[in-house]
Ligand binder design. Structure first.
Ligand SMILES: NC(=O)C1=CN([C@@H]2O[C@H](COP(=O)(O)OP(=O)(O)OC[C@H]3O[C@@H](n4cnc5c(N)ncnc54)[C@H](OP(=O)(O)O)[C@@H]3O)[C@@H](O)[C@H]2O)C=CC1
Ligand SMILES: CC(=O)[C@H](N)C(=O)O
Length: 262
């Protein structure tokens, strides 16, 4: 049985990936939609069902919760699928001065963006084989230290390092892993116009275009995709300039520039 799996499918970028995957890979036997909000996933599955022959499986799980990995392992052991497409996308973001942040928010970012993204790989990679590919959603926030997004940025820097390492591990057996590093997207996490910092004034990506291009690049074996010239230039700048200076630059563009600090 050939399947695709999308984490964080209940909204934003993940939901867009689910729509495009259902349309683009009509020969899949199943698409598994994972997130916490069960009803949202059911609505998406019923929206997609009329236009695809692929079965849609709703898998409501909290990927920050360690017990979920065992439950996924059991599902996989029962179904014994070949995972053709994996979109490891679920993520959580809260901003603020680290010394003022709610510990629960900080832990939620670490538990999902670091532990969850890692364990999704551990659980699913053994079921991928030659020709399969994975897209992992990082962020431009990984390129340089981000005051007011210190934990989030660091969690995405972890993702970036993890992806490039396991990409090499998987390359010999023909499984491609691609890091997608988006800039601003108008989703529940980052509703356009809602933030106080200057980061919200930076360009927003087109979700459909980002998803289409990500899928075609990952199919072709690409390792890294940062949409938009603006964010590609920022990636290059962050490579050339020392991190301590970059952090000063990113502070001026963050919530801190407005004294927001949440
Ligand atoms: N929006 C932006 O500007 C940017 C976003 N990103 C990254 O893009 C990815 C997608 O985010 P985006 O679509 O923007 O935001 P959304 O908030 O719209 O989507 C986040 C998704 O992750 C799911 N999720 C959150 N917590 C958990 C959890 N504990 N277990 C399982 N699923 C969870 C949510 O579903 P549910 O609540 O139902 O569990 C939802 O489906 C994230 O990794 C984010 O960090 C990167 C750069 C910029
Ligand atoms: C560009 C951003 O700061 C965004 N909020 C993100 O999630 O990385």
């Amino acid at each position: 049985m050939d399947i695709a799996i999308i984490t964080g499918a209940s909204s934003g970028l993940g939901r867009e990936f689910a729509r495009h995957i259902a349309d683009r890979y009509q020969r899949l036997d199943e698409i598994w939609l994972i997130a916490r909000r069960h009803e949202r996933l059911e609505v998406l599955a019923s929206e997609l069902a009329p236009s695809t022959h692929t079965a849609l499986r709703v898998v409501p799980l909290d990927l920050a919760d360690s017990s979920s990995y065992g439950r996924l392992g059991k599902l996989l052991a029962d179904a014994k699928p070949v995972i053709r497409v994996l979109v490891n996308n679920a993520g959580y973001e809260r901003e603020g001065l680290l010394r003022d942040m709610r510990p629960a928010d900080m832990l939620a970012m670490i538990d999902l963006n670091v532990k969850g993204v890692t364990m999704v790989n551990r659980v699913f990679l053994p079921y991928m084989s030659r020709g399969s590919f994975e897209i992992v959603t990082g962020s431009v926030s990984a390129f340089a230290p981000m005051p007011w997004q210190a934990v989030y940025g660091a969690s995405k820097a972890y993702v970036r390092s993890l992806v490039f390492a396991i990409r090499e591990e998987e390359h010999p057996r023909g499984v491609n892993i691609m890091l997608l590093s988006p800039g601003n997207m108008d989703t529940e996490m980052n509703v356009r116009g809602s933030g106080g910092g200057k980061i919200g004034m930076l360009p927003y990506l087109d979700l459909a275009g980002t998803v289409k291009r990500s899928l075609s690049l990952a199919e072709r074996g690409c390792g890294e995709y940062t949409p938009m010239t603006f964010y590609k230039a920022y990636r290059l700048l962050a490579k050339l300039v020392p991190s301590t200076l970059m952090a000063r630059f990113t502070r001026l563009n963050s919530g801190g520039a407005n004294g927001r600090g949440l």
